[in-house]
Design a protein around this ligand. Sequence first.
Ligand code: ADP
Length: 398
Amino acid sequence: MEETLLVVNCGSSSLKLALFDGQQRKLASALAERLNQSDAFARIEGDKQAIHLGPDASHERALEVLVAALRERNLMASDPTAIGHRVVHGGETFREAALIDDDVLSAIDECAGLAPLHNPVNLAGIRATLEQFPGVPQAAVFDTAFHQTLPEHAYLYAVPGKWYREWGVRRYGFHGTSHSFMATEAARILDRPPEQTSIISAHLGNGCSITAIRDGCSVDTSMGLTPLEGLAMGTRSGDVDPGLFDFLRSKGIEAEEVHRSLNQQSGLLGLSEKTNDMRTLCESADQGHAPSRTAIEVFCFRLARYVGAMMASLDRLDALVFTGGIGENSARVRERTIAHLQLLGFHLDANRNDSHGKSSSGHIESANSRFPVLVIPTNEELVIAREASRLASARNKT
Ligand code: ADP
């Protein structure tokens, strides 16, 4: 039977599907948005018409409708041979992807305390898919797993030890599928064995994180217990002084509201008071909107500081890599970031930087740069499909 791989990514109000063939070429993708709201809809990529799902449509209903639509269009002639699910938090239980069984389901449920907004909805997607495709091997691929190689000095916070021992308060890191893809793609481009390649990977999308990867393993990363720590992001603040909570309480703002503001009203949106979208921000900075320019400057400066911080975990650097919607597309962000890193020996070639990204990988450093700088388009869905295929064929061999 021809191999087909289905990738399922459930967000709090969205469901994304991607279908790959055995050569890991994408055959189709589909999306449902605004789930559990009054105007939920779904769409197969390439279709002009959206499918209205009716009020309060659940993830289960969206999956049913999208699978039926893929079948109707002959995009999914038979059941997939394996299914991969994105799961946000694997805690310390999962160091790699896992084939789903009852024990794995309970362990994901146990990790839900660490990611209450994400793991329950990931589980809902897995349960709906198990029902829809009984007997098809399914794999859980964790955002945190790649970072389980972090050494103790990088994952421990300097807080009372009991918090870690009793409640698991430590740095976990996220975006692991994207960072691990950068490790293998950078090694391929540099023509080095992945296990002998050391890079700094900057994933800059709506969420942003940076990871030091030494000889193929994650050794430091900017996100922590939750995906709020680290870089400035679209709507998330990244690092702030924890004393802010107490200070704002004295102004009558309770912890819950501070938490909401730091997650949803900060970052590029908070600074510009205009948008969380980097492309729009660059346009409005060009039109003279000073807060937009400031937001871009803060974003790039904080990113540059973290590049410096990541160097402390490496004994060699084979490349600094930019990825994610901003990292792949914004020559301006790359230029402003590298401008802060001259002392460390990073230099860009302006022409290469301007012409790169836009779905192609390549070098953007100048001849006098001490380190290569790469732009590599990320492909988290492909990593999940590969993991599902690997685990399913390992199971078939036993
Ligand atoms: P997500 O984390 O939701 O997957 P993406 O990786 O798609 O997000 O990144 C979205 C970000 O990429 C947005 O801020 C968007 O403005 C930015 N982006 C996309 N294209 C460009 C561009 N040409 N120039 C600047 N920013 C861009």
